[in-house]
Design a protein around this ligand. Structure first.
Ligand code: GYE
Length: 352
């Protein structure tokens, strides 16, 4: 694809300088202002990241920033939307105005993208969606998506719980369900997985509320759930940060977590911090969600640059980790998935 090296490059510099002058209080550094004439060969990529709410998200941002570097041939314009769709829409519009070569969108929720993506399409800018999915009436509004199978993650986690509960002879499974950001694919899929399993296995979901994928909200929600229900013996958190908050709330309420404790805490993401808690049993089972999308995005861009076809949708392979080996594998849709007992050695080698 031919580089678009016209007036907009000056616009980028002006915007970057303006951003610096206005301070951007508390924000991550965005576009750099150090372009030189040799930069004209760089591929300009506008990335709209939905937020910075979790350890997973930080790893995801790092992966994108470490991949789309000048050394690798990219000029990255990175915008953090602080979990607000309106900020993402603004960012996309500014990318269109700057006539970037590619737009990468990590969307906060699935719906609400039709209008702005139509604008990108009309401007002939390919849009690559990462992580969460979008729900648009016309699939040609994006070029490719890469991310996780969130429903499958939920199903794997629930199959683990079912096998574990049976092995331990748990008479009742009373679940506090702390959901992710409502309307995000990661929430929708993980929630569906749990709700279907609860029906099938006769579990009680005693409380269900969003923790917005953050530690603070996870803690707050868990505190109130503990006040209202004294029979909770499982907490299904839709990410590691919520699990950290839930664990704090449980311990502050004088209860214990872990294999021999009052409550089993389940989680998703398998960040280093999450797996550290899995090693101690505070998180009993952590289902992987891989955030390292930078190289995946680059592969898509390279193919497009070479005029090659790209997969419309690509799912990432993911693992599962548990405190012990009570459950060695789980089956979903007739396929077996290994459950790995976490060790310090595994933890030391983790990239995120
Ligand atoms: O699980 C959570 C993050 O969309 C998969 O978003 C992502 C989720 C991830 O905030 O930690």
């Amino acid at each position: 694809m031919k580089r678009k090296n016209k007036i907009f490059r000056k616009v980028i510099i002006v915007l970057a300088v303006l951003a610096l002058l206005t301070g951007c209080a508390g924000q991550e550094p965005e576009a750099e202002d150090t372009r030189t004439p040799t930069d004209d060969n760089l591929i300009v990529v506008g990335v709209s990241q939905e937020g910075s709410e979790s350890v997973w998200r930080t790893a995801n941002t790092r992966s994108v920033k470490e991949t789309l570097t000048k050394e690798n041939g990219y000029f990255l314009i990175f915008k953090n939307a602080r979990q607000k769709q309106e900020n993402q829409i603004k960012a996309i519009r500014s990318f269109i105005q700057q006539d970037v070569d590619y737009i990468v969108l990590a969307p906060v929720t699935e719906t609400g993208w039709d209008t702005v993506l139509k604008e990108a399409k009309d401007a002939d800018i390919p849009v690559i969606i990462v992580d969460r999915m979008i729900d648009v009436s016309d699939d040609s509004l994006y070029t490719a998506w890469v991310g996780s199978n969130f429903k499958m993650e939920g199903q794997k986690a629930c199959e683990w719980l079912n096998a574990y509960a049976e092995a331990k002879g748990m008479k009742e499974v009373n679940i506090a369900h702390i959901q992710g950001t409502i309307g995000a694919s990661a929430q929708i899929g993980r929630t569906e997985g749990l709700e279907e399993a609860a029906k099938e296995y006769g579990w009680n979901i005693v409380a269900q509320q969003t923790g917005e994928f953050t530690q603070a909200k996870g803690q707050e929600v868990m505190e109130s759930m503990l006040k209202q229900h004294d029979n909770i013996n499982v907490v299904y958190c839709e990410n590691d940060n919520e699990a950290f908050g839930a664990i704090d709330a449980i311990e502050a309420a004088g209860k214990t977590v872990g294999p021999d404790g009052d409550i089993l805490v389940m989680s998703f993401d398998t960040t280093n911090a999450g797996l550290t808690d899995t090693l101690s049993g505070k998180i009993i089972c952590d289902t992987e969600c891989n955030p390292l999308h930078g190289p995946r995005v680059e592969e898509i861009i390279k193919k497009l640059e070479d005029g090659k076809d790209v997969d419309k949708k690509a799912y990432v392979e993911e693992e599962m980790f548990a405190y012990d080996d009570t459950v060695k594998s789980v089956k979903v849709d007739d396929k077996d998935y290994d459950v790995t007992k976490i060790t310090q050695e595994i933890l030391d080698k983790r990239a995120y």
